[in-house]
Design a binder for this molecule. Structure first.
Ligand SMILES: [Zn+2]
Length: 225
């Protein structure tokens, strides 16, 4: 079982939406900078908070943008300060790429279910969460007993236990986040599998820019939900 590590700081990376991202080598080209990135192993999973402060954030923002525009044909629909908004109507998703490497993908459905908080919006995230914890058996026991006793475990407690709280870019988004046991839990001795329910924070001005450029409420709903 591989423990995912942030390529910038070397600490564990949980892959939380809105907090972490993947700088995937599929975005790389043949240039001199790309060779430098490979040599420095500056790719893979990372905390967004680490990426934007690192020397690699600007490079990755550029490469991801080039891929989204030239390869995936996403349309550039607006700019908000240093953030570019791209859109795939087919996927009903708006992509935000900031010059420093901060990136978000926002499905229309998440935006429709968002709640307003100070300075921004919280978009609900629900996903199956898998975390190898072979190095921390006591934490596995703690989570499993919480699952048995109260049917949930706070995501913030997990982040505290793993000393990852300082790496959150928007702590408010996981404050009420929960892990819940899966209906049918496969026997995992050294890992946690759970349903994760938390939020993704998007700043005010970006949500406003999306609302004014995308006709989200009037799009026909797709069959699958
Ligand atoms: Zn990091």
């Amino acid at each position: 079982m591989r423990i995912s590590k942030c390529f910038v700081c070397g600490n564990r990376c949980l892959g939380l939406k809105g907090q972490d991202t993947i700088c995937d080598t599929i975005f790389l080209q043949q240039g001199h900078e790309d060779k430098k990135v490979i040599k420095a192993k500056a790719f893979g999973e990372c905390h967004l908070s680490c990426l934007i402060k690192s020397e690699w954030g600007v490079f990755w923002a550029r490469r991801i943008m080039e891929n989204f525009v030239q390869v995936r044909n996403y349309a550039v629909i607006a700019h908000s300060k240093t953030t570019t908004l791209l859109r795939s109507d087919k996927l009903r998703t708006t992509y935000l790429i900031r010059d420093d490497g901060w990136i978000a993908d926002i499905h229309d459905k998440a935006l429709q279910k968002s709640t307003i908080v100070n300075a921004g919006y919280l978009l609900p995230v629900k996903e199956v969460f898998y975390l190898p914890l072979s190095d921390m058996p006591p934490l596995i026991d703690e989570i499993k007993s919480a699952f048995q006793n109260r049917h949930h475990y706070y995501l913030r407690d997990l982040l505290n236990a793993l000393a990852l709280r300082p790496y959150l870019i928007y702590p408010i988004a996981i404050e009420k986040g929960l892990l819940r046991p899966l209906e049918t839990e496969a026997s995992q001795e050294l890992a946690i599998s759970a349903n994760a329910e938390y939020a993704e924070f998007i700043p005010d001005e970006l949500v406003t820019t999306i609302w004014s450029n995308v006709d989200i409420w009037y799009k026909p709903r797709l069959e699958d939900y």
